[in-house]
Design a protein around this ligand. Structure first.
Ligand code: GLN
Length: 187
């Protein structure tokens, strides 16, 4: 499994994959991207990750893999990068459009920057400890999007056939169930 390792919390995802005994590849260039059959895009700073995708000549090959149906999992900044449209982004920040959602950056808790919530998730039989850090809001989602969890009517976990996105950080909890969900999606 590939983990985009340009910026942000990629090491935490690698740690979870290790727990699941899944081999991980740090993706920083198109050669390493070619070698993986699924990719995780971590949280961090979506503007920085977007810029680094350009400067590492990764945007085009990644876009191609995504349109060929490579499974992808984005958390927080990763969700922003995989969305169709970004509100409050940088003007030159173009998302990859892997899932039909419009997101607003840093909008989740304007007053509180980060918080933890016990989240009811479709398909899991007990709540998941979800950690939110300057999280994006999903402002709207298209019909192809399946909603897996919400907080106060806001979508915080959703997917389509090949893309899973979370506005929180499953890689920072000691709970591997959402990664397991992605791994079985990627099979
Ligand atoms: N606010 C960040 C962004 O816009 C995302 C925060 C995160 O990934 N924890 O990219």
């Amino acid at each position: 499994m590939g983990v985009l390792a340009l910026q942000g919390a990629f090491e935490s995802h690698i740690r979870v994959l290790n727990t699941l005994e899944i081999e991980s590849v740090e993706v920083r260039n198109s050669e390493s991207l070619d070698s993986v059959d699924g990719l995780i895009i971590p949280g961090g700073e979506s503007t920085a990750i977007s810029m680094l995708l350009e400067s590492n000549q990764l945007r085009e090959p990644l876009q191609k893999r995504l349109s060929n149906g490579m499974p992808v999992f984005g958390t927080c900044a990763g969700m922003i990068i995989l969305s169709e449209k970004i509100l409050d982004g940088r003007e030159d920040q173009t998302p990859l459009g892997a899932i039909d959602i419009m997101v607003r950056r840093n909008a989740f808790g304007r007053q509180i920057d980060s918080f933890e919530s016990q989240l009811e998730i479709e398909g899991l039989n007990s709540p998941f400890p979800a950690i939110f850090i300057r999280a994006p809001i999903v402002q709207s989602a298209g019909e192809s999007v399946k909603i897996l969890a919400t907080i106060e009517d806001q979508i915080v976990l959703c997917c389509n056939e090949t893309t899973l996105v979370a506005s929180f950080h499953p890689e920072l909890s000691d709970d591997v169930r959402i990664h397991e969900m992605f791994v079985s999606m990627a099979k």
